[in-house]
Write a protein that binds this ligand. Sequence first.
Ligand code: IPD
Ligand code: CA
Ligand code: CA
Length: 277
Amino acid sequence: MSTARPDPRALGTLALTTGRAAAAFVREQRPAGRVDVAATKSSPTDPVTEIDRGTEHLVRSRILADRPHDTILGEEGGETAGEESLSSAGAVRWVVDPIDGTVNFVYGLPHYAVAIAAEVDGVVEAACVIDVASGHEYTAVRGGGAFVRESPSRRAVRLRAVGPSQMSHALVATGFNYVPEIRARQAQAVARMLGDVRDIRRTGSAALDLCALAAGRLDAYVEQGLAPWDIAAGGLIAREAGAVVTGLDGPPDARLVVAAPEAFAQEFIRLVHACGF
Ligand code: IPD
Ligand code: CA
Ligand code: CA
């Protein structure tokens, strides 16, 4: 087993080639009309399809074919420990959401993504989010900026998060957890925020919300009840585009994820707290 610290760019390349194969699989497998729900997870409205499972299987096989000792945390399969213990220096853990935006996917709303992040020693070093319907590829390597390509053959364009001129002009994305008690609290906080901002968007994919923030198509993002696979890849992309991505009292976690361009972040975080998120 190698003890050399992995090259983040090589991890980024593997994330992207794997993400492309996974997005192609999702596109091919999706039948016309509604997709059958195979089971539900955190609540009766939290669906999983056979295509979510098949996509995660494909992602796991591709990553392990190249890096058999790595750990993988995937939404559908949980964490499978690699031979390389996560406590040893340079250990890699992949964090995978095979389809982020499964409700959109089930209904045929063209807004869902494959999200893959590679952590080294617990820090996300490389990530890709592929918007399956449009084919747009969002990528980042820590310290190297965030980029979008409209397709594999197009040139990569650097992303830059842009804030609003004032709070009342802020277009804010959010989402609602599948668990009714959590979403009831979220709804109250969002209702308090509505009067202070331009408007709210609920697109159904946290990973794509973070990419939209990175691309300047949103001014800010706030959500509660997310899992690591919802935010690992999009979080790095937003940060590398100049956004602050933070949580309640430290890194983002299930209690809170807030993201906004650097110059606007403190003001937005104050509003988030004042609204009771
Ligand atoms: C969901 C999406 C959604 C967010 C939910 C997530 P899934 O992920 O990211 O935007 O609001 O909380 O669970 O279930 O489609 O992978
Ligand atoms: Ca998700
Ligand atoms: Ca998912």
